[in-house]
Design a protein around this ligand. Structure first.
Ligand code: PLP
Length: 396
């Protein structure tokens, strides 16, 4: 059997070796604490589950859904954007429900990228931006995110010939994996840039509701002119602990929304309707769960950053997102350090290079770990020995 080149050419999955090592440790009965996955450990709020169960009982919802979603869901999404960000969308032409944001992110490349086209992709970044581009036959041009540029791409440093040929710019704030945030000024510059070069913008914002210390992330769609150049992907996964239900959305430019709708109507048959009703409940029902979850994540964030700094790993205090981005000790690469942590103390973190080469020198830790495991994981980390320095760094 010959597998198509587009699949053969996919980059190797960096996490495979880590998964193998975790399985090996566990098979020996050793405990492994994982800060790896950004998947909320808190259940979906009960009122959302009740609505889901109720809708699942109705035979109307046992049949094929429409591929562009229930009109009531598109209306609920538009109302949520109006209430949360003060941006009005036409629910019929500017809103498209998705089977999770990831699905739309991968598919939109097929709407905007022809073979040989360039997409500007942040590095480090959520891998689907570049994978989608490559599957569509395009080439990612990586934009470095680093401490110096506050993890915002320096649009002026993009060579003219690249900017002129790029069809699409990917952005993601609050950012995975760095936890960085962007303000409206930056998004306004993005709109100008996209207009100047005639490229589309896809902003991926699934973490806008996960924020700390009273901070309120903005939406790209709040920038004047954003709708002329781009769309925003959003998700119920992180805001309402609904990763397993698979529901998200795209909003914004009607031409891009229509292209995605047309592509998807040929590939999938929509979102199970009971899940759509659960999403309506999530977006229009009580929102108390959001500050409650954020208070919990904030407490974990503080514990984690303090713990990491104590053992000499410099960690940023993120204002938003589910992630802490920390420097690896001098002399280690991200993968070496990640491997060493797992082997020495049975703790899993994600190497920064899993998100691109500019992630070298960093690790990502997720806040979606129950408190008991978090505390245990931090105390295990405290026992880690820097063999390269032959010293032991311990909690004081
Ligand atoms: C930046 C980013 N975008 C999109 C997604 C996927 O979201 P969804 O669960 O809606 O597919 C994730 C999931 O981790 C993410 O980190």
């Amino acid at each position: 059997m010959k597998v198509a080149r587009r699949v053969e050419n996919l980059p190797p999955y960096l996490f495979v070796e880590i998964s193998r090592k975790i399985a090996e440790k566990k098979s020996k009965g050793e405990e492994v604490i994982s800060f790896g996955i950004g998947d909320p450990d808190i259940p979906t709020p009960p009122h959302i589950i009740s609505r889901l169960c109720q809708a699942a009982q109705d035979p109307v919802n046992h049949r094929y859904p429409e591929s562009d979603g229930l009109p009531e869901l598109r209306r609920a999404i538009a109302d949520w954007y109006q209430k949360r960000f003060g941006v009005a969308f036409n629910p019929d032409t500017e809103v498209l429900p998705l089977i999770g944001a990831k699905e739309g992110i991968a598919h939109i490349a097929f709407c905007l990228i022809d073979p040989g086209d360039t997409a500007l992709v942040p590095d480090p970044g959520y891998p689907v931006y570049s994978i989608g581009t490559m599957l569509a036959g395009g080439r990612p041009y990586y934009l470095a995110l680093n401490e110096k540029n506050s993890y915002l791409p320096d649009l002026r440093s993009i060579p003219q010939h690249i900017a002129r040929s790029a069809r699409l710019l990917w952005l993601n704030y609050p950012n995975n994996p760095t936890g960085a945030v962007a303000e409206l000024d930056f998004f306004k510059r993005v709109v100008e840039f996209a207009r100047r070069y005639g490229m589309a913008v896809c902003h991926d914002g699934p973490y806008t509701e996960v924020a700390f210390d009273g901070y309120q992330p903005v939406s790209f769609m709040q920038a004047e002119g954003a709708r002329e150049v781009g769309v925003e992907f959003h998700s119920l996964s992180k805001s309402y602990n609904m990763t397993g239900w698979r529901i998200g959305m795209a909003v914004g430019n009607p031409v891009m929304i229509d292209a995605l709708k047309r592509l998807k109507s040929n590939m999938d048959s929509g979102i199970p309707q009971a899940i759509q009703y659960a999403a309506i409940e999530a977006l229009s029902g009580p929102q108390d769960c959001i500050p409650e979850h954020n208070a919990l994540y904030q407490r974990r964030r503080d514990l984690m950053v303090e713990g990491l700094n104590k053992i000499g790993l410099q960690a940023r205090l993120p204002k938003a997102s589910l992630y802490v981005w920390a420097r690896v000790p001098e002399g280690y690469t991200s993968v070496e350090f990640t491997t060493d942590l797992l082997e020495q103390v049975g703790v899993v973190v994600t190497p920064g290079t899993g998100y691109g080469r500019h992630g070298e020198g960093y690790i990502r830790l997720s806040l979606t770990i129950p408190d008991v495991s978090l505390v245990k994981g931090l105390s295990k980390l405290a026992g880690w020995r820097n063999k390269k320095l032959a010293t032991s760094l311990k909690f004081s």
